[in-house]
Design a protein around this ligand. Structure first.
Ligand code: URP
Ligand code: ZN
Ligand code: ZN
Length: 473
């Protein structure tokens, strides 16, 4: 006798990274247990009426409750951050356990677990941030943590408190190679940024918009090329995060044409914002869009769209880095309008990532539905060792699903669920929004948020399972 499903989602237009087809989805014990036409009855039934159903989003680059230098504080912790994720269709998040210089990497991981414990509404894993690759970190902590399931780490080529020099990057890349981990690289040339920043400050140019002047495309291009060269020297794959425009894309295409395994990530801000959003005059409001690398211009946006479509980009993440605009712990530290050097870098986007790309990418005719699924769910799960449990609609996968509602709606921050007092995309007309989000077969969002704090599970990551960089899956 066939076992009864806990839940059947009827008449779904199922979208995966490879196919779009009509099926019912049967869920048992939180996992997908049936996929086909006219499945047997379930204890609960949900009629999707031909609506598109995708895997839940995997946001492989977001910052939640990451320790900051006082008075600055991230606006979202694991409660509000994963609440916003769920309401925007994201069912797995991978934020960062960041090592402070001088701190043990293991202590950073333990601290981050404490921050997440009992709070998450969706499942989560951790990337590491390695800011101090001491002999103990390189020889003991990092290899052991990778073996325990923290299989990816980020290194920075900029920011004084995080950056590594080239020799240190070579050291950590060697560990990635030995242990089969995924190294994520923030590629911007720190010395060039510092030199430009000092010149701008000397000229009194300290308004938020000058953040973009201090970080022109060439500082990203140079660092991207250098990161690629260092990875080539060590002979290890790397993933360049938050790629913002043409010149960095050209470096990645060059690397691929030379047979190097260089993966790439981009984010909504490089499709939907430009440097003009940092201000056309010296108004402080542009602080809301200060992030690094900065948004570029319309021609760079077109290059990013092309790269999403043609396989240059592996992953589309939010880089949600939430700081409130008003108050004294966010974009105005201690309540002050500060020179751009001191504005906390980052913008919110964990809830809007999927709807923006679905609206403008899929319904705007720029990418296929399969490509959308690949970029927002399947590839991030593969890159960080969570596939096929996450990022797919297949027998045995977690029943993390999004039932999409198509139809226009205006994006308003008041309708979002993060703890940030603005969205950079206020007033934008969207063509779709997640109608229902399920995590492990449980409805967490259906126009109302259904809290499940503490039921989000910590995920032990395996090794990356991505194919060759640039290949279509
Ligand atoms: O400006 C950004 N991107 N802030 C978040 C930290 C990072 O570098 O990803
Ligand atoms: Zn970064
Ligand atoms: Zn980031």
């Amino acid at each position: 006798m066939t076992e009864r499903f806990d839940l059947v989602i009827r008449n779904a237009r199922v979208a995966t990274a490879s196919d779009v087809f009509d099926a019912d989805i049967g869920v048992k014990g939180g996992r997908i247990a049936g996929l086909g036409l006219s499945l047997a009855a379930g204890d609960r039934e949900l009629d999707a009426r031909g609506r598109v159903v995708t895997p839940g989003g995997v946001d492989a680059h977001c910052h939640l409750d990451q320790p900051m230098a006082p008075p600055v504080r991230m606006a979202d912790d694991f409660d509000s951050g994963t609440r916003a994720a769920a309401c925007g269709g994201t069912t797995t998040v991978i934020p960062f356990a960041a090592q402070e210089k001088g701190q043990s990497l293991r202590a950073a991981v333990a601290d981050y677990h404490r921050r997440a414990d009992g709070k998450a509404h969706v499942d989560y894993a951790f990337h590491l941030i390695v800011s101090d690759p001491s002999p103990t970190v390189l020889e003991e902590e990092l290899p052991t943590l990778i073996a325990e399931g923290y299989t990816s780490f980020k290194v920075y080529m900029t920011y004084d408190d995080l950056k590594l020099d080239d020799g240190q990057i070579l050291d950590v890349l060697s560990v990635a190679r030995q242990q089969g981990a995924m190294a994520m690289i923030h590629a911007e040339n720190a010395d060039a940024i510092e030199w430009l920043t000092r010149r701008l400050e000397a000229a009194g140019r300290t308004a938020p918009r000058f953040h973009a002047h201090a970080r022109p495309m060439l500082v990203e291009r140079e660092a991207t090329h250098r990161a690629i060269s260092l990875a080539e020297l060590v002979d290890v794959p790397i993933l360049i995060v938050h790629v913002s425009g043409k010149e960095a894309v050209e470096q990645i295409r060059w690397a691929r044409s030379h047979g190097l395994r260089v993966y790439a990530e981009t984010c909504p801000q490089y499709l939907f914002l430009t440097a003009e959003d940092l201000g056309l005059d010296d108004s402080y409001k542009g602080a809301r869009c200060v992030c690094s690398p900065p948004p570029r211009d319309a021609s760079n946006q077109r290059v990013i769209w092309d790269g999403l479509n043609d396989g240059l980009f592996t992953i589309f993440s939010s880089d949600h880095a939430p700081f409130r605009y008003e108050g004294d712990d966010g974009k105005k530290p201690a309540g002050q309008e500060v020179p751009f050097r001191h504005i906390p870098n980052g913008i919110p986007g964990i809830e809007t990532r999927l709807a923006l790309l679905y609206s403008e990418g899929v319904l705007g005719g720029r990418i296929t539905l399969e490509k959308f699924v690949e970029l927002v769910a399947t590839n991030p799960a593969k890159a960080y060792g969570l596939h096929p449990r996450k990022g797919s609609i297949a027998i045995g996968a977690d029943a993390d699903l999004v039932v999409w509602d198509e139809g226009e709606r205006v994006l308003r921050n008041q309708d979002l669920h993060h703890n940030v007092d603005y969205t950079p995309y206020e007033g934008r007309v969207l063509r779709a929004w997640p109608g229902i989000t399920l995590v492990g077969g449980e409805v967490v969002w259906d126009g109302q948020f259904h809290p499940r704090a503490g039921q989000g599970r910590f995920l032990v990551c395996g090794k990356p399972t991505l194919g060759p960089a640039g290949a279509r899956t």
